[in-house]
Design a protein around this ligand. Structure first.
Ligand SMILES: *Cc1c(COP(=O)(O)O)cnc(C)c1O
Length: 470
């Protein structure tokens, strides 16, 4: 599509400005611009169409299927927005005195309590603004805990090679060094490798369960015991909580600290750069280190790791998540998790004879397919399949993650998709597989219906052209 500058025509315009109602003052000449200001000139109709066309280029869960594995792109109920738009929540300022915002503080307290109940943790902080930010915060708690006990040799965080990239990155940012351990060929934590890695220098261990290949690690009690026996703490990456709400709790698995992604599990928008929320929960032993200020009736302790975000975190995101929790209730959350698992298993079983699934057995909320064989046979890669899906109006699955699967496509339908939608997508996946055999060139030429086809992704990321040169 044309840029607004390319559509611009001299002398067009729609500037209907009110007449000046303040004294006119001539500005000092040194403040006047010397070069012409390139403002696009268009009629109001054309401007309106231009932005409507742009809005049509965005893709979200309200446009269609969005199986981006590991991201839990579930539908965000509109009632969440309505609650967050109530004037009592919207028109407040974080510096207002506490007695004028008691209702809002109560909302946060209630959200903390429910999130504690869901995870089994004793305390929760709503401050962190994203999952990765929660990881950083949780690891700082672990660091403060060991320091307080003068156990300064605990400088290492163990992370399995199936982990999300943010795990080792957060550990490094929090001042730890990272030990990567390989997974078993079935995709689980390798207990022998873990025993070898754990020791006197272990500060902690990070894991998401179900893990990034969509499998629940049944050895979890043994895993957290190995870490505790070595004197470390266990960190639960809660990004994959969606299949186990109301069914299993990180605290019961032996974890000491957890983050949640409200924009994944609790149906708040992923934001496109807008506000997210990554609350951190912990056991009582870590409470005193939680970010300050806390919502509580007693004095702050000064052992807190400090603020990780201004004020109380993204309050309105929490309002939306609390609305979701209250709308569904305990039974509803459990049902949501069960349906997330059912949908993923349905799609996996319909597709696994076409696209090999490298890990046996029922999956949880997501599954990984490997296109390694297809690529050897036809030259069609996971990227090519992802690109052609765009022409069908489907958001591609997660590609090339987790790293331990070659030519990976990872699908997470979530519980909010109907059987009809999944059947349609399954049929498209099968059709594309046929095309890979019969007409690979057609796939390499895709996508054909999008504003941009196949950009040079490295250049687009490293040297994006963000200005129009006249
Ligand atoms: C999404 C995700 C994260 C990071 O969460 P953000 O909110 O994107 O910062 C961490 N771990 C896993 C497994 C994830 O899927």
């Amino acid at each position: 599509m044309e840029l607004i500058f390319e559509k611009s025509k001299d002398k067009r315009g729609c500037d209907i400005l009110p007449s000046c109602d303040v004294p006119v003052v001539e500005p000092d000449g040194k403040y006047l611009r010397r070069k012409e200001l390139h403002l696009p000139r268009m009629s109001e109709t054309d401007i309106s169409r231009h932005y409507t066309e742009l809005a049509g280029c965005t893709y979200g869960i309200n446009n269609g299927f969005y199986p981006l594995g590991s991201c839990t792109m579930k539908y965000n109920p509109k009632v969440n927005e309505e609650t967050a738009n109530l004037p009592g929540f919207l028109n407040i300022h974080p510096l207002q005195t506490a007695h004028t915002v008691q209702g809002c503080l109560e909302v946060m307290k209630l959200a903390e309590e429910y999130l504690c109940e869901i995870t089994g943790m004793d305390y929760m902080s709503l401050q962190p603004a994203a999952g990765a930010h929660g990881e950083f915060t949780g690891l700082k708690l672990i660091r403060a805990y060991h320091r307080d006990r003068k156990d300064d040799k605990r400088t290492k965080i163990i992370v399995p090679d199936s982990a999300h990239g943010t795990n080792p990155a957060s550990a490094a940012m929090a001042g730890f060094s990272v030990i990567n351990i390989p997974s078993t060929k079935e995709g689980y934590v390798d207990l022998e490798e873990l025993r070898k890695a754990a020791g006197e220098d272990t500060a902690g261990f990070m894991l998401t369960n179900p893990n990034t290949v969509g499998l629940f690690d049944r050895n979890i009690l043994e895993i957290t015991k190995i870490i505790h026996d070595a004197g470390g703490l266990a960190y639960y990456d809660g990004a994959n909580l969606n299949p186990i709400m109301g069914i299993a709790r990180p605290a019961d698995m032996g974890f000491d600290v957890v983050h949640l992604n409200l924009h994944k599990t609790f149906s708040t928008p992923h934001g496109g750069g807008g506000p997210g929320s990554g609350p951190v929960g912990c056991r009582a032993i870590l409470e005193k280190y939680l970010p300050a200020p806390r919502i509580q009736k007693k004095e702050e302790t000064n052992e807190s790791i400090g603020r990780v975000k201004e004020f109380y975190g993204n309050f309105l995101v929490v309002v939306k998540a609390l609305t979701y929790i209250l709308t569904l209730g305990g039974d509803g959350l459990k049902k949501a998790s069960e349906n997330a698992v059912l949908n993923a298993n349905y799609m996996m079983n319909q597709l696994k004879n076409t696209y090999p699934v490298p890990f046996e057995g029922p999956c949880m909320h997501e599954f990984v397919m490997s296109l390694e064989e297809l690529k050897k046979e036809t030259g069609i890669s996971a990227l090519d399949i992802a690109k052609v899906l765009l022409d069908y109006g489907i958001h591609p699955p997660t590609m090339y993650f987790p790293l331990i699967v070659h030519e990976a496509l990872m699908l997470e339908p979530t519980e909010t998709e109907s059987r009809e939608t999944m059947d349609r997508v399954i049929a498209i996946f099968k059709k594309v597989y046929e095309e890979a055999q019969t007409n690979p060139q057609g796939l390499w030429d895709s996508p054909k219906n999008t504003p941009v086809g196949r950009p040079d992704e490295v250049t687009a990321a490293r040297n994006p052209i963000l200005r129009y040169t006249f």
